[in-house]
Structures are given as C-alpha cells and as structure tokens.
Design a protein around this ligand. Structure first.
Ligand SMILES: [Cu+2]
Length: 129
C-alpha cells in the first residue's frame, strides 16, 4: 500500500514536470483528435515513438500527399526531423510525451530522419508516387 502511494506521488510529479515542459516549450502539437493538419488528402499513416526512444516502424513507406503522424508514447519529448541535406526537409517540432506531431509528405524518395534531442534515434521515411 505504501509503495502504491509512493508510485502515485511519483507519477504526479512526472506529470507535473511534463506539463511545465509543455508550457515552457509552447510548441507541442496536439493533433491526436479531430484536428489533423490540412493538405493530406485524408490519407494518413503513423509512426509510434515507443518507450526506450525508438521510432516504430523504423522504416515507413507512404504515398506522396500522406499525412504522417508521429505519436509520442514515450515519457520524454522528441522530434521527427529530416537529416541535414535531405531532399525533403521536415520537422514536427517538439512533441511532448503523450502528444503527436504531423507532417504532410510532398516529395518522393527515401528520407532518413532523427530526433533533435536524441541523435541515436533514427528512422527512414520512404515516399512513393
Ligand atoms: Cu528524442
């Protein structure tokens, strides 16, 4: 019982910190509901950011015009940002824990991307015509 209580208090502190982080950054996206970004033609795909700082799947193939949404299911903030020199540049901006960020892909090709905060986080977006 005592351990349970401690866990609840600990969770509350974590949630509080995440809220503070959201307010400070002011750039977090919340497109999880009925507010998808325009221009995607209704075609959507998603990448999960799982605990342990992993993009899943590590390679996603979509058609051009698709709205790709990164869902941050991890406990810390991330971004999905095209690698330097990419022929298609994109950046979700800060995605706080529990939030999502979206990008409409407008160019075909194979694009590697990363998280701005954790350079070890890398994945690939393949866009077909
Ligand atoms: Cu990250």
């Amino acid at each position: 019982m005592f351990i349970m209580k401690r866990r609840i208090i600990f969770s509350a502190i974590i949630i509080f910190c995440l809220c503070i982080n959201n307010i400070r950054c002011g750039k977090s996206y919340n497109n999880t509901g009925s507010n998808p970004p325009p221009g995607g033609g209704g075609v959507t795909a998603s990448v999960n950011i799982t605990t342990g700082m992993v993009f899943s799947p590590s390679s996603l193939t979509v058609k051009t015009g698709t709205t790709v949404t990164w869902k941050n299911n991890d406990a810390v903030a991330h971004t999905a940002t095209s690698d330097p020199g990419s022929a298609f540049t994109f950046d979700t901006g800060n995605i706080s824990a529990g939030y999502s960020g979206s990008v409409v892909v407008t160019k075909t090709g194979t694009f590697t991307y990363h998280c701005n905060y954790h350079p070890v986080m890398t994945a690939t977006l393949v866009v077909t015509p």
